[in-house]
Design a protein around this ligand. Structure first.
Ligand code: NAP
Length: 266
């Protein structure tokens, strides 16, 4: 067990990829863990090795986050556990390809796992963090949340939602000590690529980060107090300029039709 000041970290999608590395790094920092995913055996095996290696308490929650009932089960579990101080909404599903070839089931899976589950878990835990003025929420988006390719319409749509939602939450907790971090990884070598239909070997190797580096950079960003962490983007000013352009565009709104539309004014 940890000393109670650190508390328990809940990590969704902890059976593989980034989530598995988050589990390792957070256990190393002394967090007890709740590991969530569908793959029961993988979660149990990870839990057992983390208990042994770091001496922390680890429990697993086998849940399909595309199922409303299972999301409710996770909500009930983590809101009943007052030791939870950190939630990493990391679980993600991706099927890449033309939306015309995408089955309704795959479309629903991305929306449910990437958006609905993340929103419901954030919505459930944040009031508890706010009430005790302590807690950290990490939501994993993607650079594909602000850039869409013809093969990523739905995935990019889900990650755009994650970004917009998480930036709103940041403003809602601004008057408290609660921390909300948005992490926007670029291409990272995990199983998600194979599952998405685009093998990671199809990418330029120089453009692909290791999962370890991605999580270590994301946690370093959290330690630095970054609200938005882009693990692989060297020039931090690029994102600042992007946000400034978004603000300028929003602020340019008016009640008058733009002249190029030739609509009668008044
Ligand atoms: P990954 O290796 O495929 O791992 C995905 C994790 O999510 C697994 O633990 C998987 O566990 C879990 N998951 C998927 N569907 C689930 C469901 N229905 N219910 C419960 N858990 C589910 O992918 P990753 O690359 O580590 O992705 C982690 C996050 O990073 C995702 O949000 C992803 O969109 C984002 N991201 C990844 C990249 C990249 O290039 N890898 C880039 C940008 C953003 P089970 O299969 O056991 O359920």
């Amino acid at each position: 067990m940890n000393d109670k000041t650190i508390g328990t970290a809940v990590i969704t999608g902890a059976s593989a990829g980034l989530g598995k590395i988050y589990a390792d790094r957070l256990a190393k920092r002394g967090f007890d863990l709740v590991l969530v995913a569908r793959s029961h055996d993988k979660l149990e095996s990870l839990a057992s090795s983390l208990r042994k290696e770091y001496g922390v308490a680890v429990r697993t929650l086998t849940a399909d986050l595309s199922s409303d009932a299972d999301v409710s089960k996770v909500v009930a579990d983590i809101t009943a556990d007052d030791s939870v101080t950190l939630l990493v909404n990391n679980a993600g599903a991706s099927t890449l390809g033309s939306v015309f070839d995408l089955s309704a089931a795959k479309l629903e899976e991305m929306n449910r796992v990437n958006v609905t589950a993340l929103v419901r878990l954030s919505h459930a835990i944040l009031p508890k963090f706010k009430a005790r003025d302590n807690g950290t929420l990490v939501n994993i988006g993607s650079v594909l949340g602000f850039f869409t390719m013809p093969i990523s319409s739905v995935y990019s749509g889900t990650k755009g939602y994650v970004a917009g939602f998480t930036k709103g939450l940041q403003q809602e907790v601004a008057d408290s000590k609660v921390v909300v971090q948005l992490v926007l990884p670029s291409a990272t070598a995990t199983e998600i690529w194979e599952k998405s239909g685009v093998p990671v070997t199809a990418l330029d190797p120089a453009s692909v980060m290791t999962a370890e580096n991605c999580v270590d950079a994301a946690l370093a960003g959290l330690d630095l107090g970054e609200k938005v962490t882009l693990p692989s983007i060297e020039d931090a000013e690029l994102y600042a300029a992007f946000e400034a352009a978004a603000m300028a565009l929003f602020s340019a709104s008016s009640g008058t039709p733009a002249s190029r539309y030739g609509v009668t004014k008044g």
